[in-house]
Design a protein around this ligand. Structure first.
Ligand SMILES: [Zn+2]
Length: 328
């Protein structure tokens, strides 16, 4: 009888690396996590990766070379054509590192797919999460930035330089708020996690939300340290300022999504992080906005859903790539 075929995954971030092993259909069987030895440079990180794969594969009593495929979800810009990492601010020394070659040398005979974490998460939601069954899907996170990925005809749409799907950098407000990309007025400058907090701080400094500001002071939270998580929590507790602020955010996010929906006409738009945490009080106004602003006949046909994989998205992102590595 054939040996069961296992899939390996690595979710590589600036501070943590997770290694997982899954069965053929993608059910995760074991996981380990270690801090990224970022200061030691790429060679040490690749050595750590192979060491972790050996350990996690041991949980199903195989060696890493016995796995059918490895998927690597990489927390930074990656060039899948050349197989090298582009320059990354949070992992210095990685620019130009040939990750594909280093890992294929370490794991000869194991099918390998590497991609950036946003594309990999899009594939994961499509294969295992809220986008299952859709032929066309747009995935957006509202984390540190607004990451995105497009699945079209059941495949990742990569675009030039693997940079497709960056809906976060479409411009909503001419000469608007400064964005991390260097431009002004991008969706990301209004609806990423840090941008949601920044907009709230601006309102509070201007004298809005006095009760909320008082509550923060009583809790010993300095205004400049206000985090989006606290705003979402306050909104769930029924604090008017926080609820209104999330509704404003849904306005911007819905606007950005409506533009993307008019271009792509996806069956479903899947939203991670803030959208998942805030639930209906955020999703309902956002859905109305998409219907109001997207091309008539498309906006009301597109479903907008919170992500289905939650905190496990990174694990499934790596495994979704491993499944892809085996696709003909
Ligand atoms: Zn931008």
């Amino acid at each position: 009888m054939d040996q069961p075929r296992y899939l390996l995954g690595l979710d590589v971030g600036g501070t943590k690396i997770a290694a997982v092993v899954a069965d053929g259909p993608g059910d995760i069987l074991a996981k380990i996590r270690r801090p990224t030895p970022a200061a030691l440079g790429p060679d040490a990180i690749v050595a750590e990766m192979t060491d972790m794969l050996t350990e996690v594969a041991g949980a199903v009593e195989i060696g890493p070379l016995d796995a059918a495929a490895l998927g690597v979800s990489f927390g930074g810009p990656y060039d899948p054509v050349r197989g090298v990492v582009r320059d990354i601010p949070n992992l210095p020394d990685w620019g130009g590192v040939p990750l594909l070659r280093l890992l294929s040398d370490a794991l000869p005979g194991v099918a390998l797919a590497i991609d950036n974490d946003a594309n990999a998460a899009a594939l994961a939601e499509w294969r295992f999460g809220a986008g299952q069954g859709a032929e066309h899907m747009l995935y957006l996170t509202m984390g540190t930035g607004i990451g995105g990925g497009i699945v079209s005809d059941g495949r990742l749409y990569r675009g030039l330089r693997n940079a497709g799907g960056e809906v976060g950098h479409t411009v909503l407000v001419p000469d608007g708020a400064e964005c991390g990309c260097g431009h002004r007025g991008c969706l990301e400058a209004y609806a990423s996690g840090p941008a949601i907090a920044r907009r709230a701080i601006e309102k509070l400094e201007a004298g809005e939300g006095v009760e909320f500001a008082d509550a923060l002071r009583d809790a010993g939270i300095a205004l400049l340290e206000l985090k989006t998580e606290s705003i979402v929590e306050a909104a769930r507790d029924g604090v008017t300022f926080a609820m209104d602020h999330l509704a404003d955010t849904a306005f911007y996010m819905g606007w950005g999504i409506a533009n993307a929906v008019s271009i792509l006409a996806p069956e479903v738009v899947v939203l991670g992080t803030v959208a998942t945490a805030a639930g209906d009080m955020f999703m309902e106004p956002l859905r109305r906005r998409v219907v109001d602003m997207a091309m008539p006949g498309v906006g009301d046909a597109t479903r907008v859903e919170p992500a289905g994989l939650g905190d496990l998205v990174g694990d499934y992102a790596a495994i979704a790539l491993a499944v892809d590595a085996l696709a003909p």
